[in-house]
Write a protein that binds this ligand. Structure first.
Ligand code: NDP
Length: 292
């Protein structure tokens, strides 16, 4: 079997190229493959080895890191008889983002073919890869994780094993991206409303940073209470939040700007109030959403 300081990277989009580049910089023998040829040119100049096929790529190393757009793409690359046979007894670490269900389905396919499988996600942008700022999360068999961690650490940053349930890294990824995309949607909407009021993005930015600084410590402060089912809203009842949201909706729609996202948030707050929890804090919405 191939040596432990070798890795194969499948998928050379911006993230795959960053991963492969970090492995090369760390002196790990790195074999690369991508569906569209040519994306490996700079990596090969830096010392990566170009594989002519997926089979050739995965047989070059005991560890293959996959990072493509989604699991449909990963399946299109991996789920072929010749590739599965070449991967037998080797390890795949799939850093492609998708759903926990897709991670579990891929792990089941891998087990059926004797392929050792870990799932993971990358929580930071390409520029962080190879630096202390990169954040990687992993899930799956702990022994397998420990075995490959020395090579994965060439990617820099922090690596956290979240548990043996293979879907757990993807579940964290989904929850964290839920925060990110809702916040970005709020920011995009805020910029549109601010612009309609004659405020530029630059003018708003220092105050927007202040809002983000309030959110960040709040996540930790509120977490323990949410886990205990304590949604009390001393000093900040959800009735007040609903009123604030209504002002945003009126201002926004007064300018002809779609307020659909804020209307959805206000609708949740109003439902909580309708259920008799008006003195609770906004996170009572978590409990409402959890009623399936
Ligand atoms: P993309 O998400 O655009 O993925 C591009 C890669 O997917 C290319 O290698 C592309 O190959 C491949 N691909 C797409 N469709 C197929 C297919 N049908 N068959 C085979 N290969 C396919 O770019 P990134 O590299 O940025 O992202 C890769 C993963 O990393 C994603 O899951 C993303 O969510 C995650 N990620 C990215 C971050 C970033 O900052 N970019 C941050 C954190 C996570 P080809 O060149 O042939 O088109």
């Amino acid at each position: 079997m191939s040596d432990k300081s070798a890795v194969t990277v499948i998928g050379l989009g911006p993230m795959g190229r960053a991963l492969a580049g970090a492995f090369v910089d760390a002196g790990v023998r790195t074999t690369v493959w991508n569906r569209t040829p040519g994306r490996d040119r700079e990596l090969v100049e830096r010392g990566a080895v170009r594989a002519r096929s997926v089979e050739e790529a995965v047989t070059a190393s005991g560890l293959t890191v996959v990072c493509v757009v989604d699991y449909d793409a990963a399946d299109a690359i991996l789920r072929r008889d010749a590739v599965a046979a070449a991967l037998k007894d080797r390890t795949v670490v799939n850093l492609t983002a998708d759903t926990p269900g897709r991670a579990r389905a891929t792990a089941s396919w891998a087990a059926d073919h004797g392929i050792r499988y870990l799932d993971g996600a990358i929580m930071t942008p390409t520029v962080t890869i190879g630096t202390p700022d990169a954040v990687f999360i992993h899930s799956g068999p702990h022994d397998l994780y420990r075995e490959h961690l020395p090579v994965l650490e060439a990617l820099g940053g922090t690596h956290t094993h979240l548990g043996e349930d293979i879907g757990r890294a993807a579940a964290y990824d989904i929850a964290l991206l839920d925060i990110f995309w809702t916040a970005m949607t709020g920011y995009a909407h805020a910029l549109a409303v601010a612009k309609a009021e004659g405020i530029t993005a630059r003018e708003l930015a220092p105050f927007a940073k202040g809002i983000s600084a309030i959110l960040s410590p709040g996540f930790e402060e509120l977490a323990a209470r949410v886990d205990e089912g304590d949604f009390s809203g001393e000093g900040n009842p959800i009735t007040s939040a609903a009123s604030s949201m209504a002002h945003i909706i009126h201002t926004s729609e007064g300018h002809g700007i779609d307020a659909g996202v804020m209307r959805a948030a206000e609708g949740l707050a109003r439902r909580v109030i309708g259920l008799g929890h008006g003195t609770d804090g906004f996170l009572r919405v978590t409990e409402l959403l959890g009623r399936r």
